[in-house]
Design a protein around this ligand. Sequence first.
Ligand SMILES: [Fe+2]
Length: 582
Amino acid sequence: MIAVERTPLAVDDAAHVKASPAVLGLEGQYSGWVEVEFFHPDPSGDDWIGVFSPANFSAAICEPENKRQYPPVLCTAPIKYQFAKFKNDGYSKSGKGYLKLQLINQREDFSFALFSGGLLKPKLIAVSNKVTFVNPKAPVYPRLAQGKSWNEMTVTWTSGYDIKEAVPFVEWGEKGGRRFLSPAGTLTFDRNSMCGAPARTVGWRHPGYIHTSYLKDLWPDSMYTYRLGHRLPNGTRVWSKSYSFKASPYPGQDSLQRVVIFGDMGKAEADGSNEYNNFQPGSLNTTNQIIRDLENIDMVVHIGDICYANGYLSQWDQFTAQIEPIASTVPYMVGSGNHERDWPGTGSFYGNLDSGGECGVPAQTVFYTPAENRAKFWYATDYGMFRFCIAHTEEDWRPGTEQYKFIEHCLSSVDRQKQPWLIFLAHRVLGYSSNSYYGFEGTFEEPMGREALQELWQKYKVDLAFYGHVHNYERTCPVYQSQCVVNASNHYSGPFQATTHVVVGGAGASLSDFITSKIQWSHFRDFDHGFGKLTAFNHSSLLFEYKKSRDGNVYDHFTISRDYRDVLACSVDNCPRTSLAS
Ligand SMILES: [Fe+2]
């Protein structure tokens, strides 16, 4: 029998909130459902239940400091909240209600509090008993990422164990083979690393300890299993459950290679409750479709606007929990967007408040990227016949900048005979989009985007460029200087002509509309949630598919058939002059 600590508090003696079970994760689970039963003798339609962690919280009102701080305006932001009348039709009269809420392990205990006064003038009525996971510090939410070399996989996870408390490591090895132990490095950050509110104030929550281990000298395409461990000073080892992954192919290797690409997915709550920045309605559908097709996916690239925590730090746990089935199995490569990085006076290219004061710190810590400098967030990664060049639109990319040099080096340093499929990715649309706000601006892109980069894309024969930021799907013809070099098609063959630009920002966040007029280079538009998938069958055959998140079906696709001599062949602005000498 487990002793249950009960600390009910009722400002109104007749009111109560009760949560059960009081202990979760008895079989090692990282999440669990709690039944919350409550009573308010003086109910109102705008009463609500907040989920707090740690269980002790401040119910005082903290007035917003800026427009990124949302109601409920408490000094401790709840993890999430739900209105008392939700699925409780009689609540406004009877004051009796019942909710089923899902919790995830995030290092501290939980409590549920009933408030009156709506979200703007919240008044605490009653607080529940505490609920806790058996081991709140357990290692959770492993996320794989490609390392800096082709035969290295990194695994990053979150725990409640500081390096002084326990030694983090990974036990791993080929399926059925010898086991290895590899050490992990530990990072965290504190409130002083945040640039403003709410991240630095009401939205602050300790991120826990972020561990990364480097699994090296992997055999291409081999299956590995691994589990996360922490060794306590008394010798006891705390283990996660066991996971598996397939090692990445050798650059240039001829084999089936499949990569899913999207932006702006965010997160949402399976129990229907509300969160701060509650605007990613497609997020769970996209996550679920990818999980369903996971055995046909080798890598995922999420190009920015990762979880929309926007300064409410607890949400990074919610996001890593949501994608855990994906990220623990295939490398989950992230880019950075405005909602990770932008903050006034911090060197971001845009001086808006979109990161809610995070100024990039949680993104560059919670996720590993093989970047030279993780704060700058641009990097190259190879997957077999693919080379991916991932830019960072929240920092300047124009000629003369450090990032421009990186982009040119990434595009120019790949041997196209070995790796024919060259892909450029960035969060904001540096190429082409007929989304309404770019259309009204008349730019059809992020200003200074393609003007700065189109000569590089053309010179280095970039097959495809992917973007997020705009929450819809759009595909162009092969386009250069706003002109279709060839007509759009479902099948391209022969020499490279120009880059096809694809917006795949519809993975979760509220949809963006298009301008109504037809634009010559805009071939296919979809106002819906979805994501892209690239399949390289071999060195001369590539398939792109656009799938809707609602059903996982393909709604647009095209193939590229091409031999090496077609890559070398000259088209507009991409071959140096030839000499007359022979
Ligand atoms: Fe964005």
